[in-house]
Design a protein around this ligand. Structure first.
Ligand code: HEC
Length: 464
């Protein structure tokens, strides 16, 4: 009679796998972390769907992954962790380097993970409201971007409760980001505002290439959402990058509502941190800071949206509680206007009543290729102005909020971005004894280790 004892589970061994091959080691990284942008017809012009494309671009892939430029994920993950984080581990970066220095072997293609699929069909079913901006021709020139806002009337005659939001870029290759807000001033036609870095009104969602749709969290006790008032408009703040001149776009936003009778816990969006009075003299780096508080009740923070324009260099925001604990929200070490969004905390973060929120950041107004003639810059909404804000999505705290995962519902309904690292796809690489010697099969009553291809090691013993 054999008994199997599982003594120790899941010890990742860094540095394991010095002979990585494409099928087992590299394709899983690319499929999971790159293809959402680098597929045919995706935002990035380079498709990385095939072995040959990965090999052909291996040099630049190695460079951009080791510098951290790809995949793009601006927040510092040593400071705070987020839902939907897309970063590579040191181990994954090492695998890419080792794979290239070993001559990019393909391995056994039968072991390739399933190719993720990308389509415009929604994971949420039929939208309850779909709004589309008029077809627009980008006015971006060879060296300046186009920022334009469209305010589109919803035509709603009753208030609705938003469950999920999805942006479908009309022309994914030129839509660099979309800032979405609710504009409550009634209007009967679409308003277009040029030179617009961001829409006015209550910001609720940001699309950037690769971003996931927003589905508000739910658990047994709480259903979260946002009210969309009757007669309001939806503003799309569009960003088309340089070089897109003359290309057409007509981006859509889709809303999914809860039944009208649903009791939702309404999420607020607010510019908790803002400084609209700073001045950035030319030829220097200037620090800007701001604070908020003390807060007047316990709050549950869901997400943060840090925002600067083109001179921004870095920014950081955190809370200090009455008992002097520091709670980190976000730190961006290399601000890049091209990559911005709401960053959702893994779980709601509780900020106790009486806390202060602090933020600081730096602007670089010295001579550079993108800023050849520095001039004095002040705070403002236009491209040539600067901003220093942190928008938060939050609500009054209720007991247990800090245990609610923000993306738990997303994971369960996720069809577009399969998590291919799950354990049923693990392959056994080898079995070793306690001294690390490979053995053909385990011996009873002696501990042994199963080494899987994803770096996980299990220690087991069969007792006879
Ligand atoms: C969120 C979207 C996104 C993700 C995820 C992403 N990229 Fe990119 N990548 C881009 C964009 C946008 C560019 C800009 C150039 C373009 O349009 O191809 C780019 C550029 C590149 C380039 C340079 C292409 C060139 O011709 O100059 C390489 C190589 C690259 N990415 C590799 C990767 C790898 C490897 C991963 C995954 C580890 C990854 N990227 C993840 C969006 C993304």
């Amino acid at each position: 009679m054999k008994k199997l004892l599982l003594i120790l589970l899941c010890v990742p061994l860094i540095g394991f796998g010095q002979n990585p091959n494409y099928s087992e080691d590299i394709a899983p990284i690319i499929y999971n972390n790159c293809l959402q942008c680098h597929h045919n017809g995706g935002i990035a012009s380079l498709s990385l769907e095939t072995y040959s494309s990965a090999v052909f671009n291996s040099g630049i892939i190695q460079h951009l992954t080791s510098t951290g430029e790809m995949p793009p994920w601006p927040p510092d993950t040593l400071y705070q962790n987020y839902a939907f984080e897309n970063t590579l581990t040191i181990d994954e970066i090492t695998k890419i380097t080792d794979w290239i220095s070993n001559g990019t072997p393909i391995g056994d293609t039968l072991l390739l993970p399933p190719m993720p699929t990308f389509s415009n069909t929604s994971q949420f079913g039929t939208p309850d409201l779909e709004l589309q901006m008029p077809t627009y021709s980008s006015t971006a020139s060879a060296n300046s971007d186009d920022y334009v806002c469209f305010s589109i009337p919803t035509g709603l005659t009753t208030n609705k409760k938003i469950r999920a939001i999805e942006i479908i870029p009309g022309n994914p290759q030129i839509v660099h980001h979309v800032l979405l807000s609710i504009d409550i001033s009634p209007s009967s036609s679409v308003t277009t505002t040029t030179n617009c870095m961001g829409p006015t009104g209550k910001m609720i969602y940001v699309y950037a290439p690769g971003s996931v749709p927003l589905e508000y969290p739910q658990d047994i006790n709480s259903i979260f959402g946002v009210e969309l008032a009757a007669n309001s408009s939806i503003s799309l703040g569009m960003h088309y990058p340089e070089g897109s001149f003359g290309q057409l776009d007509s981006t859509k936003v889709r809303f999914y509502f809860y039944p009208d009778t649903t009791n939702i816990r309404q999420i607020s969006t607010d510019f908790l941190i803002q400084n609209f009075t700073f001045y950035l003299p030319p030829h220097q780096v200037t620090e800007v800071s701001a604070s908020f508080g003390p807060t007047s009740e316990d709050l549950s923070m869901m997400s943060v949206f840090p925002h600067m324009h083109l001179l921004g260099r870095d920014m950081e925001c955190y809370a200090v509680t009455p008992s002097n604990d520091t709670i980190n929200f976000i730190r961006i070490n290399n601000w890049d206007f091209e990559w911005q969004g709401f960053y959702f905390f893994e779980k709601f973060i509780k900020i106790p009543n009486g806390s202060m929120i602090y933020a600081n950041g730096h602007y670089d107004n010295t001579i550079s290729a993108s800023n050849p003639n520095p001039i004095p810059v002040t705070a403002g909404l236009n491209t040539e102005d600067e901003m220093f804000i942190f928008i938060f999505q939050f609500l009054p705290y209720q007991l247990g909020d800090e245990n609610i995962f923000i993306d738990s519902t997303y994971i369960s309904t996720n069809i577009n971005y399969p998590n291919i690292n799950n354990s049923d796809k693990q392959q056994i690489l080898k079995i070793v004894d306690i001294l690390g010697r490979e053995i053909p099969h385990p011996n009873p009553n002696q501990p042994f280790f199963i080494i899987y291809d994803d770096g996980i090691i299990e220690k087991r013993i069969i007792i006879e």
